[in-house]
Design a protein around this ligand. Structure first.
Ligand SMILES: [Zn+2]
Length: 197
C-alpha cells in the first residue's frame, strides 16, 4: 500500500514553524500550499510575482537565488539545510544515507552488484513458488563474488577520479578501460587522452 508522507514543516526567519499544508478549517485543508503561497507567506509577493515557475530543467544560472520561483524557495535557509525523512529514519536505525548523482549507474556500487545478482538469478531453476523465489533472490546476492565486487569498487573509483579531473562521460569510460589495473588515473592520463583525441 502506498502511504503518502507529508513534508515536515519549514521554519520562518524568526524560528517559528511554517506549515506547508493548509490547516483544518481552510477550504483546502490538508492540501499542499504550493510554492507561491509559501513564498508569499514569507513576504516574497513582490519579488516573485513576475518570475517564471522554474528555469528550464531547473538548471539555473550558477550562483543565482532569484531567477525563478522554485530556486527562490529552494534557496531559503530551511530548504537548504533540510534533512530528508529517509535520512532521519535511517539515522534512527544507525545508518548513514549516501545520495548518489542521478542517472549515473557507473558510480553506484550496489547497482553493479545487483546487475550481477540478476544475472545469477536467471541461471537458477525457474519456479512460481514465492518461497523459492525469495530463496533464489537471496542466493543470487550471495553469489556475487568478492573479487568482482572489488573490481566494481575500483572501477567506480576510476570513474570518480576521471570526473574530478574534468573528463566527460565518454572520456571517463575510456579512462576506466585503459587504466583497468589502476584505482586512480595515472599521471600520464592527460597525454594519453590528447593522443586519443
Ligand atoms: Zn532558476
Amino acid at each position: 500500500m502506498v502511504k503518502k508522507v507529508q513534508m515536515a514543516a519549514g521554519t520562518f526567519a524568526d524560528g517559528s514553524p511554517h506549515l506547508f499544508y493548509f490547516p483544518d478549517g481552510h477550504k483546502f485543508a490538508g492540501l499542499f500550499k504550493g510554492m507561491n503561497v509559501i513564498l508569499e507567506e514569507r513576504g516574497f509577493r513582490d519579488q516573485t510575482r513576475d518570475l517564471k515557475w522554474e528555469c528550464p530543467g531547473f538548471r539555473c544560472p550558477p550562483g543565482r537565488t532569484d531567477c525563478c520561483v522554485r530556486r527562490t524557495l529552494y534557496s531559503q535557509p530551511d530548504f537548504q539545510g533540510v534533512t530528508f525523512l529517509l535520512e532521519e529514519h535511517c539515522g534512527k536505525c544507525g545508518f548513514d544515507v549516501l545520495f548518489l548523482p542521478k542517472f549515473h549507474p557507473e558510480l553506484n556500487f550496489v547497482e553493479q552488484c545487483r546487475g550481477r545478482a540478476k544475472w545469477s538469478y536467471c541461471q537458477l531453476p525457474a519456479s512460481s513458488g514465492e518461497e523459492d523465489l525469495e530463496m533464489n533472490a537471496l542466493k543470487s546476492l550471495d553469489l556475487v563474488p568478492l573479487p568482482l565486487m572489488r573490481r566494481f569498487s575500483n572501477r567506480l573509483l576510476r570513474f570518480m577520479d576521471a570526473y574530478r579531473k574534468g573528463l566527460n562521460g565518454e572520456q571517463a569510460a575510456w579512462a576506466g578501460k585503459k587504466y583497468h589495473s589502476h584505482r586512480l588515473l595515472p599521471p600520464s592520463w592527460r597525454k594519453d587522452l590528447e593522443a586519443k583525441l
